[in-house]
Design a binder for this molecule. Sequence first.
Ligand SMILES: C[S@@+](CC[C@H](N)C(=O)[O-])C[C@H]1O[C@@H](n2cnc3c(N)ncnc32)[C@H](O)[C@@H]1O
Length: 318
Amino acid sequence: MTDAERERVAMFYAETYDDSVQDWPGEIDYYTDVAAQMRVSPASILELGCGTGRVLMRLAANAGSAVGLDSSPQMLEVARRKSTGLNNVRWIEGDMRAFDLGEEFGLVLIPGHAFQHLNTVDDQLRCLQCVRRHLLPNGRLLVHVDHQDIAWLAGITGREAGQFEARGRFTRLQNGHEIQSYRAWSYEPSSQTAVSEARWEELDADGEVVDAWQTARVRLHCVFRFEMEHLLARAGFAVEALYGDFHRGPLADDSSDMIWVASRAAAPGWRRTVRARSLLGAQQLAEADPAGWVSTAACLARQQAIHLGRVARFRRAA
Ligand SMILES: C[S@@+](CC[C@H](N)C(=O)[O-])C[C@H]1O[C@@H](n2cnc3c(N)ncnc32)[C@H](O)[C@@H]1O
């Protein structure tokens, strides 16, 4: 695909994104509610993979400041056009795996499965670590990803790429024409990757195809529940909640979505400090009195338990 064709397809995708994508049931109300409950009010909000601002635009009215970051200049062009007159919104072209905005936010959102564009553990961790650096100490991270449907994934496994199937129609608001969309999916189990190609045909009033667009292959990582839990923990987050829908229903076998709510875990530094101090002390005492090693270790373990109890009480009170 030439650069010019890639640009043409990206612009079409951006311009018709809002026409073709529907909100998830309860999605915007849920985000609005979480933003309203933040301790610092009005909340400052950062959305990663914000696209055309489908979500952020509707939270901005009640936000202190709202920043949308996306790697697609075409999506951001649409977002900027839509938000003329909203003074507290900024749109930033950037990569959610590597950004430094020099500020912290009360709420960081990664809605609409945007996190699934990150295809390696390294990419996912880099993104989450960036988020952690941009989150206020009592801030929240919300990540919305698919809950994997094994039966569907099995059905598209091993498929020849390029088997397009009709997916549905929507109206292109720009000119009122119908757009027929097609998708081709395949799944690579070893890398948990769903590979997708999209094709759109624009139909005139007689149903004749007057234009068409086709994307290159897009690779989407299929995140599984405990994988996400481990990722968040490795990146220094504590999971506050996991929902299977935007009405805060529990994750069930047939849930189609996972909504993760996380906050910054207490800095792992305090654990290391306690452990390092204990070990250093134990080593010094053991060197001075090798025979007393066992009782020294027991004594230090007790001191550490008392210290951890104090820390836990302090954290509960905070
Ligand atoms: C499916 S769209 C979701 C848009 C928006 N969050 C929504 O829910 O409507 C995914 C978005 O993620 C963006 N994206 C993909 N990889 C990205 C990256 N590494 N950094 C920033 N944005 C990225 C894409 O450009 C696209 O706009």
